[in-house]
Design a protein around this ligand. Structure first.
Ligand SMILES: Nc1ncnc2c1ncn2[C@@H]1O[C@H](COP(=O)(O)OP(=O)(O)OP(=O)(O)O)[C@@H](O)[C@H]1O
Ligand SMILES: [Mg+2]
Length: 232
């Protein structure tokens, strides 16, 4: 469904990603782990078509990314939950969700789509009129995911969605990720919470200094010495 084949990128003259390959098969939850500065967000941006590739190729749904424009990705069913959530703080929760929806489905019924998000996140439903900037971190994380889910994506790519959340909220967030996966959405989860991420993922990759240094099934990675050393 999503495949990175030996991609390399750089900022100026500095190489950031060095021949990163990874695969997200349809129907799976795949996590990309790595410490601060490893290149996780750079990978996210490359998939979003925001960074030119020096080498390698990215394909989504079997189509080479170079052949499809960035804006087209959302229309193809790829949802991006960016690092830091990036809500419009002055807009209400409802308006934030509507922005995500209108871009994709201008002629369909927003209220019906909104109902599905509220069912998944009842707390969001209670705060539709509140300015998004005044929500708690956990609530903002829900809205950021809801804004993507409302467009009915097939593949969702999340960049550290649980950053700054309490352990309890992190657990709740991962329960939600499992739930949307069960409803048929494929997920690439970029995370630093290795244990929590691997507990719901089928497989994972570890990125260190721009290179994939370990990959495998989730159980296998939980036993990996580098991951144990870094996270567990
Ligand atoms: N616009 C930029 N110009 C120059 N260097 C950059 C730029 N953006 C990121 N970098 C560098 O690229 C490297 C990887 O950054 P990246 O944001 O991908 O890391 P990350 O794994 O997402 O880290 P974190 O967990 O802190 O979010 C870092 O050394 C960073 O300083
Ligand atoms: Mg990052």
């Amino acid at each position: 469904m999503l495949e990175l084949d030996a991609i390399s990128t750089r900022y100026g003259v500095v190489n950031i990603l060095n021949k990163v390959s990874l695969e997200v098969p349809q129907g799976e939850v795949v996590c990309l782990l790595g410490p601060n500065g490893a290149g996780k967000t750079t990978t996210f941006k490359a998939i979003a078509g925001l960074l030119p590739l020096q080498h390698g190729r990215i394909s989504i749904f079997g189509k080479n990314l170079a052949d499809s424009r960035t804006e087209a990705l959302a229309g193809m069913g790829v949802g991006f939950v960016p690092e830091g959530r990036r809500l419009f703080p002055e807009l209400s929760v409802r308006e934030n969700l509507q922005v995500g929806y209108d871009a994709l489905r201008p002629n369909e019924r927003f209220e019906q789509a909104l109902e599905r998000v509220v069912e998944l996140f009842p707390r969001v439903g209670e705060r539709l009129a509140q300015a998004a900037g005044t929500l708690s971190g956990g609530e903002q994380a829900m809205v950021a995911l809801g804004r993507v889910l409302i467009g009915q994506p097939r593949l969702v790519i999340m960049d550290e969605p649980t950053l700054g959340l309490s352990p309890k909220l992190i657990e709740e967030y991962f329960v939600t990720v499992e739930r949307i996966h069960k409803e048929g959405i494929t997920v690439l989860l970029i995370e630093q919470n290795a244990e929590a991420a691997l507990s719901i993922a089928h497989r994972g990759y570890l990125l260190l200094k721009g290179q994939i240094v370990a990959s495998g099934g989730a159980q296998e990675l939980l036993g990996n010495d580098v991951i144990k050393h870094l996270y567990l």
